[in-house]
Every structure is written in C-alpha cells, then in structure tokens.
Design a protein around this ligand. Sequence first.
Ligand code: PRT
Ligand code: ZN
Length: 212
Amino acid sequence: METLKIAIQKGGRLSDKSIEVLKDCGFELNLGHNKLKANVPNSNVEILFLRDDDIPKYVENGVAQLGIVGENVLLEEKRDINTVAKLGFGKCRMSLAIPRGENYTGISYFSGKRIATSYGEILKTYLSQQGIEASIHDISGSVEIAPGIGLADGIMDIVSTGSTLAMNGLKEVETILKSEAVLVANKSLSNEHNEFLEQLLFRIKAVKEGKN
Ligand code: PRT
Ligand code: ZN
C-alpha cells in the first residue's frame, strides 16, 4: 500500500484520545523526536500532528488521507470531505452566552447586538436561520472575556462543563449545536486506501462495542 497519512491534533484536547483510538485499533505509534510526524512500525501508516483547524484542509487536498477532528471545526471550515465515523470523545456543545445579570428574552435578544466568537461561519449561518441581524466579532482566543471588557454583548463558544462561562460571569442561553470528534476521509481515496479505511472502520466499531 502507498503510504497512508492520518492527521490528528497536535498538543490539544483531542490529541491523547486520538492516539488512543489508533492504538486500540492496533496502531502503535513510534513517537520519536519528530513532533510533526510519527510512524507506525511495520506498516505504511504515518501520523501527522497538526493544528485542528488545518486538518479539514489537508484531508481535502490529500496531504493526509484520513483525519480526526471535532465536528465544530468541520462545520466552520466547510471543506469537501467525508465524515466516516463518530468517535465518541471530545464531546461539547456550541452555545450563545450573555452576562449573568441580563434578562434573556429569547433569540430576538441578540438583534443589533455584538457577539464575539471564533466560529464566525457557524454563528452567521445560525443567526440567518433564526432571522437575527447581529454583528459578529471574530476573535481567535479568550472569547469569554469579550463581554467583560466591553468588546461584545454576548459570545458564542464551545461549552463543556460550563465552568468557564460561570467564571467569566456569563450564562448560557441558547445551544446552537452539539459536537464530538469524528474520523474524516479524503473524497478520492485509492482502492488500497479505501480498503484500509474499511478495515479501520471495522476495528473502530469492534473497539466501541468492546468498551460498551
Ligand atoms: O492548537 P489548536 O488549534 O489545534 O487547538 P484549539 O485551541 O483550537 O482546540 P482545543 O485543543 O482547545 O480543542 C480541540 C477540540 O476539542 C475542539 O475543536 C472541540 O471539538 C473539542 N472540545 C471539547 C473542546 C472542549 N470540549 C472545550 N471545553 N474545545 C474547547 N473547549 C474550551 C472552550 O473553548 C472554553 O474555553 O473549554 C472552555 C469551556 O470548557 P468548560 O468545561 O469550562 O465549559
Ligand atoms: Zn484550533
């Protein structure tokens, strides 16, 4: 088989679990000194460590054949790739939140308001579906502090336990979508790579059932 590359997140929330999924499927990674790549001994499989935001693009253009990434990133990036399995980890939701003391009156509350987010595309789509006109402030990190420093009236961000919102004096008022880590694949895999993917999916399913 020609080398098959699997892109996973480097040094983030999905990294350990992504490595675990691959190990559970029988791929022991040789994590040497190279922090961008790892080999799987006795196979033509290579693991690429990337920023999660870059994974959809690299799977689309064939730098990697497969990848593991959060559905939230896929929805934001809108790349032409296949989602082939849900992996059951990295679960979170994307929600709108406003300062705790505010009186929330429903989605129309956001009309004419400024909303800070790192997920401008997802938010834009959601607001237009809801018929709400608001101004979206795209910022890349620490979205939760935006209302406190007067940069925005509300935020749209990833929430898991809710403690980050609470710490910043915010309350969750709408859930926009739910997300978990998924396996994605390039749309034009060679026959060999497709066969590999079929086997991998079979193993992922077996591991999942074993863990249940
Ligand atoms: O460097 P790189 O770009 O690769 O990483 P990143 O900083 O963009 O992403 P990272 O590692 O933070 O998250 C990777 C993926 O994990 C996300 O795209 C989600 O799919 C998933 N995930 C699951 C989460 C969370 N849970 C999560 N809680 N991603 C981020 N958070 C953050 C959130 O942004 C907020 O700041 O955690 C905070 C909220 O957590 P709670 O528990 O306080 O509600
Ligand atoms: Zn990222």
